[in-house]
Ligand binder design. Sequence first.
Ligand code: DGL
Length: 272
Amino acid sequence: MDNRPIGIFDSGLGGLTSLKELRQLLPQEDLIYFGDTGRVPYGVRSPQTLRRFAMENIRFLQSHDVKMIVAACGTISSIMTDEMAAGLPIPFIGVVKAAALAACRITRSGRIGVIGTPATIRSGSYKRIISETLPQAQVATRACPLFVPLVENGYIEETNPVTEMVARDYLSAFDGQKPDTLILGCTHYPLISPVIGRIMGNGVTLIDAGQEAARQVKEYLSSHELLAGEKEGRTRYFVSADTEDFDVIAARFLGRPLECAVEHVDVDDLCR
Ligand code: DGL
C-alpha cells in the first residue's frame, strides 16, 4: 500500500482526460495535477525543449512526494526516451503505448488513423508501436496544430462553428482510406470528441489516449501493490498561467465545479 499522491501533468487542460478517468477508477487515490498553461502549446516545440519541460514538470511533481508520474500528454510521451524514464526514482507512464495497443485490439479492418500535435506526428511514436504490434496495419496520420489553442480558449461546444470548420479541414485527410479506428493522440482532443466523432461518422471508434493511460496506471499500481488504502481521494490542481481561465473550462469539461481552488506555479520557479 502507498498513500502518496499520483502526479499527472500536461501542457494545459488535456491531461484532465486522464484525471477524470483516474478519479473514477481509483477513488481512493490523491491526485496532483499540473497544467503548464504558461508554456502551452507544447506540440509546436523542438524535442530538446520538450525534454527540458518534461524534466522540470517531473521535478515539480516530485517536490510533492508523488509515487508515480503520468505524462498525460501525447507530445511529452512521444519525446521522452526510455533512458529518461528509467533514470527516474519513481514509475513513469505516458499515453502513447496504451492508446496504440488499444487501437490494435479494436480495429477490424487494420486501418488506423492517428491525429496529434505536430511534434507527436513527427516523432512517429504511435506508428512505431502499431507497426510492431500489428504489422499488417495501415496507419494514416494527421497533425492538427489548431486543436490545442481552440480547446485552451474554450471552443469546446459541439456546435462551435470555428472548431467544426477546422476539424472538417484536418479530418478530410482520412477521406480516401477511411480508418475504422482513430487515435486521439493528443490528450486535448477528447474535449472536442463530439465534433470529431460526428465528422468521422458512425463506425469509427475514437481512442482516448488519456483514458487508456489511466487504465494502465490502475493495472500498474495494483500489480505492484502501490494502491492507496481505503479513503476518499483528494485532488489538487496547479497551473503556470491564469488560474481562473483553467478553472472555468476544466469545470465545464469535468461537468462539475473543481473541488478546490486552482493554485499557481511560477514558470521561472520551474526552470530553477
Ligand atoms: N495535450 C498535449 C498532448 O497530448 C499537449 C498539446 C500541446 O500543448 O500542444 O500532446
